[in-house]
Ligand binder design. Structure first.
Ligand code: NAD
Ligand code: UD1
Length: 340
């Protein structure tokens, strides 16, 4: 019998890559997603690629009845919790939605898990919890100071998880703070499909590369960085998916709760990303230099040492791999997921 893992938000960008990796490594992912920012097309593609049927429940993490049914029908041994909202700008306009989905939504999930005696949990958090002033390389014990309702909502869920683990030592919890996930699965069949105009650099560059947008807007060229543009710790989404499998294995021997940074430990500037993408797609990418984006920091990167030591995980894919796979996905799916 295979080991069943509940994957909330499994139809989304990161979830679909974790789903693929779970199947590859012999687990059965059970997907719960309300499809508010996704569709079931990635699941159908993964089923085609792997030949495995994927149990899918369309529903909301805030609906306790749905969760009850799910845990009664499936012998889940651990949950990887990705379901949530992720736009910084939207969170400023709609804070209630963010606190409801990201913070409050985590509670019924834990409550139903506890009732069913399932106490292994992996939580998708973000480097955004460190806020704007953290010194790089950022370690897990750096102070937290989120600068948006999105960041606050992720940190509040972390705090609740810490209290849950302290109240009941049977809980085993890994909090994973992602830096900047980019790229796509090497098959070109699953990838990132942002709604509307992409907020993040890599999907925007991808859409310029296919001609869907005329030029890249480079936000700020006067930062105190080597080329004046912002520097981030980009991480291949398949390395990120691998980290969840390492965390699942780590939970087998773990006790209590632990937080891990997931990044490569090195930063790339906006211009370095554009250069690497030009090599991947084989043509020049027009860009315009604009003012800094409000709320952006000049530069940050992770210290991933704890994940290396404890999870036995290390990112293996470099910036060329990230851009090649992003371009492979984008050029084969210029409009993202569309029904065929
Ligand atoms: P995504 O929007 O592609 O995926 C999230 C999925 O969750 C979507 O399929 C959406 O339909 C689903 N969902 C949202 N609210 C739900 C609810 N209440 N009930 C059930 N399903 C719900 O986002 P992603 O990029 O795959 O991010 C996944 C997780 O990783 C999020 O928790 C996000 O905060 C975190 N994260 C993402 C990034 C990033 O850059 N993408 C960085 C750090 C952390
Ligand atoms: C953003 C979010 C962060 C979230 C992360 C998810 C903000 C302020 N921060 O981080 O909370 O966790 O996404 O991956 O929104 N850039 C451009 N042109 C663009 C887009 C971005 O020049 O069109 C620059 C930015 O100024 C930055 C870099 O590219 O220097 C990366 O930006 P982005 O991909 O949005 O990620 P973050 O800012 O790190």
């Amino acid at each position: 019998m295979t080991r069943k893992v509940l994957l909330t938000g499994g139809c989304g960008y990161i979830g679909s890559h974790i789903c693929m990796e779970l199947i590859k490594q012999g687990f059965t992912p059970v997907i719960l997603d309300n499809l508010c920012n996704s569709s079931t097309i990635p699941l159908r593609r993964i089923e085609q690629l792997t030949g495995q049927p994927i149990p899918f429940i369309e529903g909301d993490i805030r609906n306790e009845a749905t969760l009850e049914r799910l845990f009664s029908e499936h012998a889940i041994e651990a949950t990887i919790h990705l379901a949530g909202l992720k736009s910084v700008a939207e969170s400023v306009a709609k804070p209630i939605s963010y606190y409801q989905n990201n913070f409050a939504g985590t509670l019924p999930l834990c409550e139903v898990m506890q009732r069913h005696g399932v106490k292994r949990f992996i939580y998708s958090s973000s480097a955004t919890v460190y806020g704007l002033t953290a010194q790089s390389p950022i370690r897990e014990d750096a102070p937290t100071a989120p600068a948006s309702p999105y960041g606050q909502s992720k940190l509040m869920a972390e705090i609740a998880l810490r209290d849950i683990a302290h109240a009941d030592p049977q809980w085993k919890i890994a909090i994973l703070r992602y830096f900047n996930p980019v790229g796509a699965h090497a098959s070109g069949q699953i990838g990132e499909h942002p709604n509307g105009v992409p907020n993040n650099l890599m999907p925007y560059v991808s859409q310029v590369a296919t001609g869907r947008r005329p030029f890249i807007q480079v936000f700020g060229s006067d930062y105190p960085t080597p080329d004046g543009t912002g520097v981030r710790d980009y991480l291949h989404v398949c390395d990120l998916a691998d980290a969840h499998l390492c965390a699942l294995r780590w939970l087998d021997g773990a006790q209590g709760i632990r937080t891990f940074n997931l990044g490569t430990g090195r930063g790339y500037s906006v211009l370095e990303i554009i250069d690497a993408y030009e090599k991947a797609c084989g043509h020049p990418l027009p860009r315009q230099f604009l003012d800094r984006r409000p709320g952006d920091v000049a530069s940050y990167h992770a210290d991933p040492g704890l994940a290396v030591d404890e999870l036995r995980w290390r990112a293996t894919r470099d910036i060329e791999d990230m851009c090649r796979d992003a371009w492979n996905w984008q050029s084969h799916n210029p409009n993202g997921y569309v029904e065929s």
